[in-house]
Design a protein around this ligand. Structure first.
Ligand code: ZN
Length: 453
């Protein structure tokens, strides 16, 4: 079946690329409601042409496109494909070699905004379903698709949609292709992500700034008070010293430890990429920190005016933070721990702590689930036997809790784009080979789920 699939993909190379070019030509930046609507309607037509009955659902934001094909085999498992048809704004335009919304083929890559993030990747899923039915016939699994148009601005309308359509979306797992393959070109499978919560602390020690000579020594200094407070929150080595901060953090499972042991790791190379002197962690500790530990990062600090020499005692100081949450942590609990911690410190002046923006919850799929093994094996087969790197959790944040916590199904990410896809940057591109390999990988996963060998 793999051979037939490769032949089909090769024979239809041009028409697949033409379709992707057309899709990229829709300037579907989420803030442009007219353009996203047109793009969503085009996506509906692409899915219908591929034989997938599809509906466009209006939301308070941009439309959600949903399509499904149910297998004749009622007991077959259900795969839910998720993707997003909105794109990042293309600016700065002058840095693009060819216009962002006029896709151009150069040196084996298709350049255009959205080529990799995420149009090329979920189009590979759609073409794979069409290819499967043309070369093999009946699908061995029920296939469902959900594409949203607000991902690049935080997926605000996805959660309410999923909550309202739990039955429609019910599936055995969700399959997501976004982001790049591993730097080494080896396929990557990601089973979780950290969440994120933002908050700020303001310290106010007086109604106005004061002369540091006339009042120095008798007036409290907001900058010092904030610094003293910050020092009570961390041991300076990455350990957070707030009571309860680590309450619900789970230990890595044996299998997760094993998966991490298989990831290539070179501290010197990483230090160069990150632009730091050294990374003082062995592989185990590095991934322990990225995958399984929450962080408290100071994002910004402000007090006085650092551009001037001005002998004042600042009356106000502010710090902004993000917390990367790990699976099983509840942002409300963590925030109440921070509030309690601050209450218990002897800080002069008024201390205000408040949350900013929406929380994004952490998400994790248990690597021990049989569906994970099936997908890993199928991806390996599709890549000609190349062992995939399986990352239990990525450090960044994605909206995957909608699947794992609302639908309560596993979420498995298998990115298809090249590591230098330039997503969110000028000259975004997808290598033609990555796009075509994506079609093959998706179809191989469908085949494997049907239990056929
Ligand atoms: Zn993106």
């Amino acid at each position: 079946m793999l051979n037939k699939l490769r032949q089909y993909t090769e024979a239809n190379r041009n028409s697949s690329l033409e379709l992707l070019k057309k899709y990229v030509s829709y300037p579907s930046v989420a803030t442009d409601s007219a353009a996203t609507h047109q793009c969503a309607e085009f996506l509906v037509s692409v899915m219908e042409d591929a034989g997938i009955p599809t509906t466009l659902f209006e939301t308070a934001g941009n439309p959600i496109v949903y399509g499904e094909i149910l297998s004749e085999n009622e007991n077959a498992p259900t795969i839910l494909f998720y993707g997003h048809y909105d794109v990042q704004p293309p600016e700065p335009l002058e840095e693009w070699i060819s216009p962002p919304f006029e896709a151009e083929l150069r040196e084996g890559r298709l350049y255009g905004r959205g080529a990799g993030d995420n149009k090329g990747q979920h189009l590979a899923h759609i073409i794979a379903v069409k290819a499967y039915r043309e070369i093999i016939g009946q699908l061995p699994v029920h296939v469902k698709f959900i594409m949203e148009g607000d991902e690049e601005f935080g997926s605000e309308y996805l959660t309410p949609f999923v909550q309202e359509h739990k039955e429609l979306l019910q599936a055995d797992f969700v399959y997501i292709s976004d982001g790049p393959l591993h730097e080494s070109g080896v396929p990557l499978i990601v089973l979780g992500n950290r969440g994120v919560m933002n908050f700020a602390i303001e310290v106010e020690t007086a109604t106005t700034d004061h002369h540091s000579g006339n009042r120095g020594g008798v007036i409290p200094n907001a900058a010092w008070e904030l610094v003293r407070l910050l020092q009570t929150m961390s041991d300076g080595r990455g350990k957070i010293t707030i009571d309860g901060f680590y309450d619900d953090v789970l230990k890595a499972t044996d299998l997760e430890e094993e998966l991490i042991a298989n990831i290539p790791y070179d501290t010197q190379e990483l230090a160069e990429v990150y632009g730091v002197k050294e990374i003082p962690f062995d592989k185990h500790e590095f991934y322990e920190r990225i995958c399984f530990q929450p962080t408290l990062s100071i994002n910004a600090l402000g007090s006085g005016d650092a551009r001037l020499v001005k002998n004042t005692i600042p009356a106000k100081a502010i710090a902004k933070f993000d917390i990367r949450l790990v699976a099983n942590q509840d942002p409300d609990h963590v925030f109440s721990c921070i509030e309690n911690h601050i209450k218990n410190q002897d800080i002069k002046g008024n201390v205000l702590v408040y949350k900013e923006g929406e929380d994004m919850l952490p998400s994790k799929t248990d690597a021990r689930l049989p569906i994970c093994f099936k997908v890993i094996d199928a991806v390996k087969e599709a890549f000609g036997g190349k062992e995939p790197i399986v990352l239990p959790v990525i450090g960044g944040s994605l909206p995957n809790a909608v699947w794992t916590d609302i639908l309560k199904i596993p979420a498995i990410s298998v990115p298809y784009a090249n590591p230098d896809e330039n997503n969110h940057a000028p000259n975004e591109n997808i290598q033609v080979e990555c796009f075509l390999q994506g079609i093959i990988t998706t179809a191989t996963v469908l085949y494997a789920l049907g239990g056929k060998k």
